[in-house]
Design a protein. Structure first.
Length: 277
């Protein structure tokens, strides 16, 4: 039964992973926490000033050639001019409604919990329609640049838009590289589930969860997408209350003690396995 579920999971998530994806991340993560109220904000495109979305650093430096994770805030009614990026990025909507597609496409408003993937070189616009709009963006290389459509190119990847209602969820104990507690679910987003390969998943914890998550790889980074999470690396230290937009990283073999009061979804980017107990 487990093998059948794994096969179904692989087939169902092929649509999410048909583009070229990074396979490793050489930067080793550390035990660190950035709560949503401590995020450092600036402009995503400094040349446009306050006409640009705001950008908040979680890890890495998006202005350099390195992996980075950051938040982006959009004003209601924002719509970018058609443009391209020099690198591929992947995003998850945290708040509001976002659209990312060709400028002539009908608006597909993605609500919180939705996922999209924007290939390098492909012309597109990004728009927002909620009262408050925020997303998390993940890049494997940089710098993250905005360029005119006259420089468009085809890098072989294709865009992906997955509404949260179309997300494929499985019980985590049906996936061999996650040891879990019952009622925990996971949805695969991108990468490879082969051993030691870089991947990203959504982890859904039920209300009232009280347990731990242990990183078993050199690189582990987690962003709270919805709900709330109490977090501590040691039961002797004070708990960090992580609301949507918060981040924590973990070094290899580090264990974080976590609990929830309502259903919580976490984006996890790792170079291998982790345990949820």
């Amino acid at each position: 039964m487990k093998k059948q579920l794994l096969l179904a999971w692989a087939i169902a998530t092929t649509v999410y992973t048909n583009a070229q994806t990074p396979t490793t991340d050489p930067v080793k993560s550390q035990n660190e926490v950035v709560t949503a109220d401590k995020v450092e904000w600036g402009w995503l495109n400094p040349l446009r000033g306050d006409k640009s979305p705001a950008a908040g650093k979680l890890w890495g430096d998006r202005t350099k050639n390195e992996p980075a994770g950051f938040l982006v805030k959009f004003n209601k009614g924002f719509s970018s001019p058609p443009h391209i990026h020099n690198i591929t990025y992947r995003g998850v909507v945290i708040q509001g409604l976002l659209h990312n597609d060709d400028e002539k496409a009908e608006k597909q408003w993605l609500p919180a919990g939705s996922y999209w993937q924007q290939p390098a070189g492909e012309a597109h616009i990004t728009a927002a329609d909620g009262e408050e709009n925020m997303a998390f963006l993940d890049i494997q290389e940089g710098p993250y640049l905005v360029k005119p459509t006259s420089e468009a190119f085809d890098n072989g990847e294709r865009p992906v838009n997955v509404d949260q209602s179309n997300m494929v969820w499985l019980h985590a104990n049906d996936i061999e590289w996650v040891a879990d507690k019952s009622n925990v679910e996971t949805a695969f987003l991108w990468g490879s589930h082969d051993e030691n390969q870089l991947r990203a998943t959504l982890l859904k914890l039920p209300a009232g969860f009280n347990g731990s998550i242990k990183n078993l790889s050199p690189n582990f980074r987690a962003v709270v997408i919805s709900g709330n999470l109490s977090h501590q690396f040691s039961k002797k230290e004070a708990k960090n209350e992580l609301r949507p937009g918060s981040y924590f990283g973990a070094e290899e073999n580090a264990k974080a003690f976590i609990s929830t009061t309502k259903e919580t979804v976490i984006y996890i980017r790792s170079n291998g396995s982790f345990e949820v107990k």
